[in-house]
Ligand binder design. Sequence first.
Ligand code: MG
Length: 268
Amino acid sequence: MGNSPGKQRSIVERPVTDSVNSMPTGPRNYHVSMPSPYPSGQTLLIDADDTLWENNIYFERAIAAYIGYLDHQTHTPEQVREALNQAERETILSHGYGLTSFTQSLITCFERLTAGPVSEHQHAQIRSFAQSIAEQEIELLPGVAELLPQLAERHRLILMTKGSQAEQADKLARSGLAPSFSAVEIVAEKNPATYAEVVARHQCAPKTTWMIGNSPKSDINPALAAGLHAVFIFHKDTWVLEHAEISTAPDGQQLIEVDSFRGLAAIF
Ligand SMILES: [Mg+2]
């Protein structure tokens, strides 16, 4: 390793100012109270779902309602869930991410497990589970509303999310966070080639470019493979299809783990 710190995985503690009670007045100014190791002018590619706002919990609730509705006589809820996961893997390959794809997965899984045609009434009920997700208010994760505009003062922020263009753009608009981003990338899939394209399009220097997100599979590993630094923000409800072993950062690249969005204050 020599003098290269590249393989070190460092854990950044929550800033001391995290406690609301200790700061009774005014907004908390993270980047003054906590000296940041990286100078201004970094490019931060930031994931959206389960990094900036809650997302997967709504899917989990919809899936629980769906499993209850299916009420399968021989399959356990866990077996139904595994069948749905498999249907989702297949649908994503053909239809990509988003609610239309999710609805298709629910119907495919239902057809397979009931071994018969799905009635119009059942179709409508299944669609309503997916529709309940679309109707959710945007719930920002702790610290995002305060910290994101502060990060935008010092760094270039690019939203980097995958999924349906219309759905992701709509969520961003409703979040109120759009002014902090200098660009928005809604991509079909996050793989090393996608990251390389985005980096080239925005003329990002890899040495000062970071991917920040909650998914080892989509945010961290492909960004590291594309030569970027990465910050993994743990979210306890990350979608099972996003789970993966986190790669080790190659020499010269940084991989930092934090336990919430607020942890970024100590880095940037
Ligand atoms: Mg995410």
